[in-house]
Ligand binder design. Structure first.
Ligand code: ATP
Ligand code: MG
Length: 298
């Protein structure tokens, strides 16, 4: 069957991104709660049809580290992408609770496995690895979303990109990273930044703002890469992140190599209660939201 707007009851807003709103919806034909992502584009019918067609390969792509795809359609010039609803939302919402080392290692293991799946099974580069594109559910499962499956969509998003906090690797900024500036190693860099952000609760290159953006870009290209705080994380964890954040792209490890790293070998056999961490992080996020709302009402 094909999903369509006529079969969706909109429940609430899950979040907003650069390209539109993500809603929680109820799909009446299947009785499934889904996340419906709107991507506002200015494209002609041909390009929109091409995008929908390219997204279809996702029906064959199943992995426990990738958010399930239910279908896509377009209305006027917006693409609507239906995917698995992840109850606890994205990692940025949960990391203020703190990520102890075991949890951080487990999240990293899931992300690396998701990225390897995309590469090995679909031959795609994610292109947008960052905490808002890593989702967590009630079972404590960690899954990737918003990966660059459609070449047509990638091109269109690249044209309208207005990104602030930059997870881009140095070679992407300087334009020396291959035909479209992007290689698998660029995702490894973004992974390194994401791990630090999840550990420390903040983007490692400082704040935004007009001066901020210039300073950030310059720090990414010319400065030393950020590091995981060695007083709070093990030598293995720090070494793993340092390898991801090597400025020379060719020197960064492959996913296979990352999975052989002692930190990941350890994580593979560790028994971390992710369900418990996810629940507590979610409850803390709810309380923070409530107290922020209460402050606004005062
Ligand atoms: P950007 O537009 O810069 O990429 P973003 O990733 O936050 O930022 P969107 O992809 O539009 O933007 O998503 C907006 C928010 O919706 C996310 O931050 C996430 O918290 C939430 N979200 C997205 N997909 C889902 C999903 N499948 N389940 C639950 N929440 C989701
Ligand atoms: Mg996203």
């Amino acid at each position: 069957y094909a999903v369509s707007m006529a079969d969706m009851n909109v429940l609430d807003v899950l979040g907003r991104g650069q390209y539109g709103v993500v809603h929680r919806v109820f799909h009446t034909k299947t009785n499934v709660v889904m996340a419906l992502k709107e991507i506002r584009l200015e494209l002609n019918q041909r390009a929109l049809r091409q995008i929908i067609m390219e997204l279809e390969v996702l029906h064959k792509a199943r992995s426990s580290y990738i958010v399930d795809f239910y279908g896509a359609f377009f209305i006027e010039s917006s693409v609507y992408y239906c995917m698995e609803y992840m109850d606890y939302g994205s990692l940025d919402r949960l990391y203020p609770a703190g990520a102890p080392e075991g949890v951080l290692a487990n999240i990293t293991l899931s992300v690396v496995k998701g990225l390897r799946f995309l590469k090995d099974q679909l031959n795609i580069i994610h292109r947008d690895v960052k905490p808002t594109n890593i989702l967590v559910n009630k079972k404590g499962e960690v899954k990737l979303c918003d990966f660059g499956v459609s070449g047509e969509l990638n091109q269109s998003l690249a044209r309208t990109h207005v990104g602030c906090q930059s997870y881009m690797a140095p070679e992407r900024i300087t334009g020396t990273g291959g035909p479209d500036g992007y290689t698998i190693q660029s995702d490894v860099w973004s992974l390194g930044l994401t791990i630090i952000e999840t550990a420390t609760g903040g983007y490692p290159y400082g704040t935004n703002g007009f001066d901020g953006v210039f300073a950030q870009i310059s720090a990414i290209v010319h400065g030393d890469p950020p590091v995981l705080p060695s007083d709070r994380y093990s030598a293995n964890a720090c070494d793993f992140v340092a390898r991801c954040l090597v400025k020379k792209q060719d020197a960064r490890p492959t996913y296979h190599e990352l999975l052989q790293h002692p930190w990941m070998i350890e994580a593979e056999s560790a028994n971390v209660d992710m369900e418990d961490w996810a629940l507590r992080a979610h409850q803390l996020a709810l309380r923070r939201k409530e107290s922020a709302a209460a402050q606004l009402a005062e």
